[in-house]
Design a protein around this ligand. Structure first.
Ligand code: ADE
Length: 218
């Protein structure tokens, strides 16, 4: 049984999905004046949306999960809050995915309260309907079973985290000095349901990075 279901998303899918999303926005009859990308996941979709919707004004806010020292719960915060005047503007806030939706809600509410636009709407490529706290105004795909979507802009970061998690949590690797790549590959497929070769050159890159960081992979 796969522990963390992973779907690797290609650049072509990203373009197709964002184009589909832009069509839904057009069809709704609502026209944004300004796009706000929620960093970091919203950058690429937001930039592509600007292209498909013919919008030149693109800004960004960074919304992050922050572990509160006193509690196990995580809280979303805006990392670099700033104010701009959005009087008379329609603002579209864009992210890659609405999972719990917390970071996006925080960004939307902040912009609504502090930037005072005419209207704020939210768009995402994907919406995980079973776990999300809200439904975005626009989305391209509804996801029913929770999956980790491995987007092309975080290949290296995600791969390193996937591998590090196995080394930290899998009983077979706990308290081990060294782990061979052959062993790692088998367990990787077991955990994530995808193969190292599905990541092309990124697998080697991730292994090198982890070795540089002190992981003993032989
Ligand atoms: N960011 C937050 N949730 C995610 C998911 N399920 N897949 C990819 N990126 C995410």
């Amino acid at each position: 049984m796969v522990k963390v279901p992973v779907k690797i998303v290609s650049w072509d899918e990203i373009v197709e999905w964002t184009r589909g999303l832009s069509q839904k926005i057009k069809d709704s009859g609502w026209t944004p004046d300004v796009v706000v990308a929620v960093a970091r996941g919203g950058y690429v979709p937001a930039r592509l949306l600007c292209d498909f919707l013919d919008i030149t004004d693109l800004l960004s806010v960074q919304s992050q999960h922050w572990t509160e020292a006193a509690r196990a719960a995580e809280k979303a915060i805006l990392k670099y809050p700033y104010k701009v005047d959005m009087e008379g503007k329609n603002v579209l806030v864009v992210d890659d995915i609405v999972d719990t939706g917390e970071t996006l809600l925080l960004a939307r509410d902040y912009i609504r309260r502090e930037w005072r636009p005419v209207e704020v709407k939210v768009a995402a490529l994907q919406w995980i309907s079973q776990v999300a706290k809200f439904e975005p105004d626009y989305y391209y795909l509804e996801v029913r079973d929770w999956t980790w979507f491995q987007y092309p802009w975080t290949r290296l970061e995600d791969l390193q985290q996937f591998i590090a998690r196995i080394l930290r949590e899998d009983e077979r690797f706990k308290d081990r000095d060294e782990v061979s790549l052959a062993e790692l590959v088998d367990v990787f497929v077991e955990w994530y349901g995808v193969k190292p070769e599905d990541f092309g050159d990124y697998w080697e890159l991730a292994i090198s990075r982890l070795r540089e960081k002190g992981y003993r992979l032989k």
